[in-house]
Design a protein around this ligand. Sequence first.
Ligand SMILES: Nc1nc2c(ncn2[C@@H]2O[C@H](COP(=O)(O)OP(=O)(O)OP(=O)(O)O)[C@@H](O)[C@H]2O)c(=O)[nH]1
Length: 597
Amino acid sequence: MQKHIRNFSIIAHIDHGKSTLADRLIQECGAVSEREMTTQMMDTMDIEKERGITIKAQSVRLTYVKEGQPYILNLIDTPGHVDFSYEVSRSLASSDGALLVVDASQGVEAQTIANVYIALENNLEIIPVLNKIDLPAADPERVKDEIEHTIGLDCSEALSVSAKSGIGIRELLDTLVDKIPAPTGDEDAPTKALIYDSWFDNYLGALALVRVYDGSIKKGQEVYVMGTGKKHEVLNLMYPHPLAMQKTTEIKTGEVGIVVLGLKNVGDVRVGDTITDNRNKTAEAVGGFKEVKQFVFAGLYPIETDKFEELRDALDKLKLNDSSISYEPETSAALGFGFRVGFLGLLHMEVIKERLEREFDLDLIATAPTVTYKVKTTKGAVLDIQNPSQLPPVNEFEEISEPYVKATVLTPTEFLGNIIILMNNKRGIQKKMDYLSPERVLLEYEIPLNEIVMDFYDKLKSVSKGYASFDYEPIGYQVGDLVKLDLLVAGEPVDALSIIVPRVSAQSRGRDFVKAMKEIVPRQLFEVAIQASIGTKVIARETVKSMGKNVTAKCYGGDITRKRKLLEKQKEGKKRMKSIGKVQLPQEAFLTILKID
Ligand SMILES: Nc1nc2c(ncn2[C@@H]2O[C@H](COP(=O)(O)OP(=O)(O)OP(=O)(O)O)[C@@H](O)[C@H]2O)c(=O)[nH]1
C-alpha cells in the first residue's frame, strides 16, 4: 500500500551528522541488531570510514510502526561534499521529502543552502532538524533564525535532536511519517521505474537501484531499459540494506529496490535511465536530474612506464563502480603513456588516485588539475582543451574562454577581510554580502573555476581557521585574457608542467613557479636550469646547483648502518622519481603549481 510508504533523503552540510542520524534511525527501526551496529553504517567504503565522509549515497529500507500501523521508510543517506552534489541531486529526484540536518552548534553552512535548493527544485517536503543539541554550544533558536533568514524555510515546528545520544529520534520518525507525502503512482499503469544509482557487484554483476513510479517490477519479468533500448530478464529483486539485502519477488508502486539483470557492465543500467515492461511500455521516461559532469581533469601516469596496461585495467574496474569518472589515453613527451582523467572535483580526484594506488598497487604521477577551456580557432572551430599542453600556437586561435562558477561562502565576520582578499586574488567578483547575524556573513562571488581547482580549499581554511564553508555551482563560460606558461628543465620543455594562467599574473606566476621548483628538484650531478616561458620568451629562471658527491659523504665516517640506511633511502627515493631527459624529478614536482600563490 503506497499510503504506508515514505521515501526520503537526509541532506546536510558536511559533518553536521547525516550518517550518525541515519545510524540512529536504522537502530530505532530495529533493522540491525545491537551486535551488528557499527558507527557510520551507511559509509561502506574504506576511504569513507577512514576520512569520515560519505562519498556514495546509500539506501536502506526500514519498517517503523506508528500507532500500531507499520510504515515502510526508504532512507537515502547523501554525501555533503560539493564534489558529490550530483549524488544528492539524484537521491532527491527519487525522494518525496528531505530531512534537512543542521548542526545546532554551528548553523547554516554553504552546503546546507546548496542542498536545500536542490530539494526545492524537486518540490520536496523539507523537515528542518537541528542536530547535536547535546552540545553545550548548541543554540537552536539562533540557528532557526538563520535558516529562516537564508532559506526562508518555516522553522516554527523544527525538531531538535541529538543523533549521538538519541534525543528526539522517535519524534523525528513520527513527524516524518506525518509530514512527508506518500507516493502517488498508478498501480495499474505499465511499469515505470527510475534508476537512481547503479554499481557493480562481483557476484551479481551490475545492479540497478530503482524507485518504481508506476506499476511494479516482478521477478522473471522481461523489462526494457529505455535509454539503451535493450531488453533483459529480471533475475532477482532485493530491498536495500547496508548489511544484508533482503530478497523479494516484486517491487511495488512507490517502493525502492535493487534490480538484478545479470549484466556485466554498469553502463547498461545508467543512472537516470527508466526501466519499463518490454511488452507494455510506458509512454514517457521519468524526467531526469542533473547529469554527471566532470569539472576537473588531470593526467595520471604510471611511474614505471610498463604499467600503462595495468593502469588501464584498474581504471576500467573502478569505472564499473564509479561511473562518474571519464578517461582517455594521452601521451606526454615527459611522462610517457597515461590517461587524462575527468573528476567531479579535487576531493574526488584525491580519492580516485588513492584508490588506484591502494587497491591496484600502482605508483602514479598526477599532473596539476585543470578545467575544460573552450578555444576558438582562427578557422572558426571551437576546441575543448583539458590539457594545457594541447593549446594551439597563439597565431592559430582567436580567444580562450574559461568556466565560471557562483561561489557561496559563509564565514564568521572576523575572517571577512581575509576572505575578501583571497577572493580578489583569485579573480573573484563579489555579487552579494549578507549579514545573517552580527557574527556571520554570507558572500557570493563569480569566480573562474580554475582558481578553485587549484588549492582554494586549503587557502580558505587557513585564512578562516577552518570556520568558513564553501560551495559552488557552474554558471557558464567567459572569455579570458589567458596565456600558456611552459616550464623548461635543463633546457627541455616539460609538457606535463604547462599551465594556463591570466596574462596579468603570468610574470609573477612564472617567477614563483621556478622558485618553488628549485626547492623540489633534487641536486643532480650537474647544474640544472629551471625556466618559465611564454611561447619562446623566457620570463624567469633559477638554477639548481650540482651535487657531485655521494650523500654518504655527510656521514663523516663511523656508523656504517647509518650509511647503509642513507643509501637505501636514496635508492627508495629514486624509485619514486621520474626521469625527464637527464634529470630526475620527484612526484611532487608535478603538483608544484598547486603550492604557489
Ligand atoms: N555531540 C554530537 N556529535 C554528533 C552528533 N551527531 C553527529 N555527531 C558527530 O559529528 C561528526 C560528523 O558526523 P557524521 O554523521 O559523520 O556527519 P555527516 O554529515 O554524515 O558527514 P559527511 O558524511 O562527511 O557528509 C561525527 O564525529 C559525529 O560523531 C550529535 O548529535 N551530537
